[in-house]
Design a protein around this ligand. Sequence first.
Ligand SMILES: Nc1ncnc2c1ncn2[C@@H]1O[C@H](COP(=O)(O)OP(=O)(O)OP(=O)(O)O)[C@@H](O)[C@H]1O
Length: 311
Amino acid sequence: MPLSAVGAAVFGVQLANRSLGSLVLSLNGCYESGLYFLDLVEFLNATSARRRPALAPAPPEVSHFEVDNISFSYPGGSSAAVRGVSLNVRRGEMIALVGENGSGKSTVAKLLAALYDPDQGQIRWDGEPVTEARREELWNQVGFIAQDFTRWPFSARDNITMGKPVDLGSLRLASSRAGADVVIESLDAGYDTLLDRRFKSGLELSKGQWQRMAAARAFYRDCALLICDEPTAALDARGEQAFLHALREYAREKAVVLITHRLENVRHCDRAYVLVHGRVTESGGHDELMSLRGAFYELYQLQADRWAAVP
Ligand SMILES: Nc1ncnc2c1ncn2[C@@H]1O[C@H](COP(=O)(O)OP(=O)(O)OP(=O)(O)O)[C@@H](O)[C@H]1O
């Protein structure tokens, strides 16, 4: 979808729904694409009626995020996308969500981030049900690197700070964590470079370079919960290793959720939850999951065989 169409849609919906306007501001670059945003709009409109009128402020810096026996169906969906899922992540931990396409990983992550309300079960942050807190304040504590991240037609700096006050130290730290520092160093005007070739002196980045910019944007938000949905899909091997180490480092102070199809990456995580048709069937560390000889083991072997089959 062209950006202008997304912009028009966003503007139209903002006019139609004031609460949505505040959502746009509060997410502050958290959502990563127009499609994702419109998808979100649909659900917020659907769920707003279920919210309580008097909401409490969100806890200051949350350190424990949990979903307890949640189920969720998309409107019009023929079956539940998530069924009876329980999991948690604490500050200082990095967990992985793994499973085949459509198994419910992204949906669980969005539920954990309080972007959707479950049909059954409860989402609690520091023990408090999220339905009782002001949603905009909760979202301020979430950073999201989405699969379909947005290439904003702004400068490199604005692509990272995205409406937040500019702090040079934090900007450099976020860039280096994401491996975006090498991209920016290669640009003639550094952080001032306009990342859109339709403008005079604007440049276009490669997909992997854009992915690093999107990751830097999430790091810059410095949120209590960082969700990374396939964040290394477009990165080269060196970039992927460096990024995973940076994530691990970030997880010392924050809670990190990594959605990945590369099962080797689970070695970097405290534990993984394996999703099959919307249910968690196994959880544990890499070696523990391998020893179960279940879905994780099977997928891991398939991946290994696939690489072995490449001449
Ligand atoms: N916006 C949506 N509207 C309706 N159904 C959806 C929507 N998003 C996802 N689904 C459905 O929910 C199920 C779980 O999707 P989800 O994106 O959570 O899976 P996933 O494990 O993240 O997949 P992938 O590995 O392909 O990213 C799928 O059956 C999918 O078709």
